[in-house]
Design a protein around this ligand. Structure first.
Ligand code: G3I
Length: 459
């Protein structure tokens, strides 16, 4: 189909192509084969270049198809979202089910990824037989030791880091009155680390919590505990900041807080990052979310001992948020259909990538496609053509859409779609892209299934 340019005057396409060929002749030599802006390297490669491991929580049964492709290619660490919790692995006392946990570990090994084990000691998602039992303190302590020895021992050598103790504090910095604390006192924490270390001396052992990203009463309590554990020689290696955040509310003291933990001589990881927003999402919220993700990852990138940033599910369709916070969601870097959101690019930019606004390669012109807003069946996109060390006089940008993607209207370019191929030529007034300058054109389209970002070719 043919789409109109607005506000340009129209020119027959064949005429325009002829003019394009003539006009482009002087610059084609500069447009080597690859003038299109290639996609950024995967997040895991960007992270590696900065010395950071980039992870995601996963569900084992989903690790096929597009979900598996993204989990395997973009991330260098996997955290089982639920599969290693006590309630998952020992639903009946003495009867173990390691199926999903094994599956995730095997997937990680096949994709050269680390695994973060999550979590050994928690007050949630424990088996009923445990929480309903009427245990003495001695019995409970033995049960906990056996659980830690069994699970850590099973995966000895295969887990880079364990969240040994999860969510030990209340918001005011007092110990959370859990099954463990109420029966065993705060000493359960040091014991848990000691038992885990005995079962796998090479695994990094973390204490993990939420609402401890900024400096506050809860993170102060965590800080004091870690300091004390280190002084006692307890084998603790790291602090996990979960980072279940709210749009526009990244704590201003995040980097300072990461740094003060690092200064205690422990590693720090952002372990469960998501940033939720009131639904529906719109372009302003998604832009803010990109800035928020970028600032969290940048804070970690700025501290040498911040070693890992893990998102709590990489796709909105796989997030715990809507089920727990009705009316909120869209908290992850990929949308329901596994297309990267601006948040994805925010992460990439914090790691030195820049697929939203790539700098033109010196001596070439590049074209970058981005989706600026998207809704049920439609979207608005744009392509920015930038030149550095070269110029264009008459241009044509083309790309191949996936199934279900269809351009319906364009402005500042003359666009046609034939089958899956879209070709856009300059409008009469924007054919020149000077050295150091750029031209942007936009379009509306429809989509179903998924709406991936294609690679744009210039020439
Ligand atoms: O597996 C059952 C399924 O059989 C059943 O049909 C279904 C019906 O609701 O429930 C399924 O279990 C759910 C489980 O996730 C697996 O999907 C539970 O109801 C649900 O409560 C559970 O939620 C998990 C939550 O921890 C529990 O507190 C989330 O997936 C998981 O992402 C979330 O993760 C926690 C971290 O471990 C610790 N930090 C906070 C974070 C978010 O809550």
């Amino acid at each position: 189909m043919r789409t109109s340019t607005t506000p340009s005057a129209r020119t027959p396409f064949a005429t325009r192509l002829a003019a394009l060929a003539a006009g482009a002749a002087t610059t084609l030599a500069l447009l080597a084969a690859g003038t299109a802006h290639a996609a950024d390297p995967p997040l895991r490669d960007l992270g590696a270049a900065k010395g950071k491991v980039i992870g995601t929580a996963v569900t084992g049964s989903k690790l096929t198809g597009t979900y598996g492709d993204i989990a395997g290619s973009q991330f260098s660490s996997l955290t089982p979202g639920n599969a290693m919790k006590w309630g998952s692995v020992e639903p009946t006392q003495g009867s173990f089910d390691w199926t999903e946990a094994d599956q995730i570990v095997a997937f990680a090994q096949a994709h050269n990824q680390q695994v973060r084990g999550h979590t050994l000691v928690w007050h949630n998602q424990n088996p009923n037989w445990l929480t309903n039992g009427n245990w003495t303190s001695a019995q409970l302590s033995t049960l906990l030791q056996n659980h830690i020895s069994t699970e850590v021992g099973r995966y000895k050598g295969k887990i880079a880091a364990w969240d040994v103790v999860n969510e030990a504090f209340d918001e005011d910095g007092t110990y959370r009155p859990t099954l463990w604390y109420n029966s065993l006192g705060s000493g359960y924490i040091a014991n848990a680390f000691t038992w885990a270390h005995a079962a796998d001396p090479n695994a990094k052992l973390y204490i993990n919590d939420y609402n401890v990203e900024g400096v506050n009463a809860k993170s102060n309590a965590l800080y004091n505990l870690v300091k004390s554990l280190k002084q006692q020689g307890v084998p603790i290696d790291g602090v996990g900041l979960q980072a279940h955040l709210v749009l526009g509310q990244v704590p201003s003291t995040l980097q300072q807080n990461i740094q003060r933990f690092a200064d205690l001589g422990v590693d720090v990881a952002i372990t469960e990052l998501d940033i939720r927003m009131a639904l529906p999402a719109d372009s302003a919220k998604l832009t803010q979310q990109a800035a928020d993700f970028k600032s969290v990852v940048a804070a970690c990138a700025a501290v040498t001992r911040c070693v890992n940033v893990t998102v709590w599910g990489f796709a909105d369709s796989d997030s715990w948020v809507p089920g727990t916070f009705p009316g909120y969601g869209a908290a992850t870097p990929y949308d329901d259909n596994y297309s990267p959101k601006p948040a994805y690019h925010g992460i990439a930019e914090a790691l030195g990538g820049g697929s939203t606004t790539p700098p033109p390669t010196n001596g070439a012109c590049t074209a970058t496609y981005s989706v600026t807003s998207q809704w049920n069946t439609g979207f608005t996109g744009q392509v920015k053509i930038s030149c550095a060390g070269a110029s264009l006089s008459g241009w044509r940008a083309s790309w191949t859409f996936g199934a279900g993607q269809q351009i319906t209207q364009a402005w500042n370019a003359d666009c046609t779609q034939s089958g899956a191929t879209v070709t856009c030529a300059n409008a009469p007034y924007n054919g020149t892209v000077p050295d150091g300058g750029s031209v942007t054109f936009g379009f509306n389209g429809s989509w179903n299934g998924s709406n991936p970002v294609p690679l744009v070719t210039l020439g």
